[in-house]
Design a protein around this ligand. Structure first.
Ligand code: AMP
Length: 141
């Protein structure tokens, strides 16, 4: 089956162009990391490539490699920032695979023993998110 074309007006493309705000955590030449606004755990963040692709299915090996490198950086940072014992990575492909925003992204979710992920879809308090972003940036050193 042919995948639909990349939509340059998806919300993460708008974030990359600075058209809508985000709580930036980290960037390098190829990737950008920011807070998820509906966090399923404290410190839930997202890593995206700066160049367009919908998901893992149409990403180039170079885009995947760059994103995974930043995923590892952010996994260490959120674990340190929140004293987490581990991280869960989530990544969805196409609507039927659970994807809602069609620009490749990996979710990084810090985890604590016995603490379940919160249900999806609840907007964060922006002041709390801002403070948590500062905590993560500090952990990045
Ligand atoms: P999915 O495509 O299923 O991985 O879900 C998209 C994710 O993007 C969800 O976790 C949303 O909370 C998150 N999200 C949607 N809009 C924004 C935004 N403007 N800033 C940060 N995260 C967002």
């Amino acid at each position: 089956m042919t995948a639909p074309a990349y939509d340059p007006d998806n919300i993460f493309a708008k974030i990359l162009r600075g058209e809508i705000p985000s709580f930036k955590l980290y960037e390098d030449a190829d990737t950008y990391a920011f807070m998820d606004i509906m966090p399923r755990a404290d410190g839930h963040c997202l890593v995206i490539p700066k160049t367009p692709c919908r998901n893992v299915l149409d990403a180039s090996p170079e885009q995947l490699a760059a994103v995974m490198k930043t995923v590892q950086v952010m996994a260490h940072a959120v674990m340190k920032a929140f004293g987490a014992g581990g991280v869960t990575l989530q990544q969805f492909n196409e609507a039927v695979g659970g994807q809602e925003v069609f620009h490749l992204h990996f979710h990084i979710l810090p985890r604590h023993e016995g603490v379940a992920l919160r249900p999806p879809g609840k907007m964060a308090d922006m002041e709390v998110l801002k403070a948590q972003a500062e905590q993560i940036r500090a952990a990045l050193g």
